[in-house]
Design a protein around this ligand. Structure first.
Ligand code: NAD
Length: 351
């Protein structure tokens, strides 16, 4: 059957596409506008696979979305296309509202129009899976219980507010129209192909080059780190088995402070590529905190684990080393990106 994925050339979407092409027989229609965050090379060995079709289109384009559904007649949709970088949302929120909020509404309506044309088994089986973040729940503090599907929304950055709005739209379409949509909310992802503006690749590459390792505030902010391949596995299970109206909180129970993450990267690199100038922790540079920086995110994934029969496979320290080795082996991808625009930028953030 055919599955429609949006944002399938992004960091998480591409892991989902690779998993679908590797572990299933399904065909994938990948709607991706190809923003700065898209990487065609993520298909890897699947480049040219006839089961993958790319539609270069904006999810805000009503006619293009209608045509995609009419032409490809998918059995299910996984919606990942978004503007995803918190610092960019602080510098310029408009594009986040356009893609994340308006784009989700356009996609929902195109999907609902198509779903209304279905009958019988095809209509009963259709699903719309919206991929979202733990950031919609706001900030936790030491001693607080982790987020669950019942945690009230309290988004605090333009990015998380735009994602919260899109989550509400997806639930409203389920509640109001009986549309078979559901949401998954997930913690910080890391792994291969993550754009070099995000914390783990940025610190890895700066450390490799002997550049400062910028850490917001005192580095005490806490995130719950999920390997992208574990996330992709959970997302595919949810897409194929998810219940309309459900919320799946997906996370690995692996909380680390930003400083622990940065020191962990330094330790792995010192072992794999010793620096003649000395241990790389000397490069850690504390920078002024991000405005409105949420202190801690953590997820209680027990409901999703039971519902999906899923468990993460990667422990954080092993997954981190695997990721660092991948960046060491894939300089041909990240070098031009870094040289072009991102080296030395104000970064060192959590997502
Ligand atoms: P990403 O920025 O790496 O990729 C986003 C993809 O969407 C890109 O390929 C881009 O070209 C595409 N896109 C952007 N705007 C588009 C538009 N208007 N029309 C069509 N395509 C468009 O993002 P990611 O890190 O892979 O995140 C994917 C999803 O998962 C997002 O919805 C994000 O909010 C959510 N999420 C991410 C994380 C994380 O840690 N990265 C954690 C939880 C949830």
């Amino acid at each position: 059957m055919t599955l429609l994925i949006t944002g399938g050339f992004g960091f998480i979407g591409s892991a989902v596409v690779r998993r679908l092409l590797t572990a299933t027989d399904h065909a994938v229609v990948n709607i991706d506008k190809m923003t700065y965050a898209a990487t065609p090379a993520t298909l890897g060995m699947h480049a040219g696979d006839p089961r993958h079709v790319h539609i270069k289109a904006d999810i805000c384009d009503v006619e293009a979305m209608r045509a995609a559904f009419a032409t490809h007649r998918p059995r299910a949709v996984m919606h990942l296309a978004a503007e995803s970088h918190v610092d960019r949302s602080i510098d310029g929120p408009a594009e986040f509202i356009r893609t994340n909020v308006v784009g989700t509404q356009v996609l929902l309506e195109a999907a609902r129009e198509y779903w209304n044309t279905l009958e019988g088994e095809a209509k009963a089986a259709f699903r719309f899976h919206h991929v979202s973040t733990d950031e919609v729940f706001g900030s936790l503090y030491p001693g607080d219980a982790p987020f669950t599907p019942e945690t009230p929304y309290d988004p605090r950055s333009p990015y998380s507010a735009s994602k919260a709005a899109s989550d509400h739209l997806v639930r409203a379409w389920n509640h109001t129209y009986g549309f078979p949509s559901f949401v998954s909310n997930t913690t910080n992802n890391y792994g291969p192909w993550q754009f070099p503006e995000k914390l783990i690749p940025l610190v890895t590459l700066n450390a490799l080059e002997g550049k400062p390792l910028p850490v917001y505030g005192e580095g005490t902010n806490v995130r719950d780190w999920l390997h992208v391949e574990d996330h992709a596995e959970a997302l595919v299970l949810a897409l194929l088995n998810g219940t309309p109206g459900a919320t799946y909180c997906i996370g690995p129970r692996q909380e680390r402070t930003n400083l622990e993450v940065v020191k962990g990267i330094c330790a792995v690199l010192d072992r794999l590529r010793p620096d003649p100038a000395g241990p790389r922790e000397r490069l850690i540079t504390y920078v002024r905190d991000r405005p409105g920086h949420d202190f801690r995110y953590a997820m209680d994934p027990s409901g999703a684990e039971d519902a999906l029969g899923w468990r993460p496979r990667h422990g954080f320290e092993d997954g981190l080393e695997h990721t660092i080795r991948w960046y060491l082996d894939n300089e041909a991808w990240w070098r031009p990106i870094r040289d072009k625009a991102y080296a030395g930028q104000r970064l060192g953030n959590s997502k």
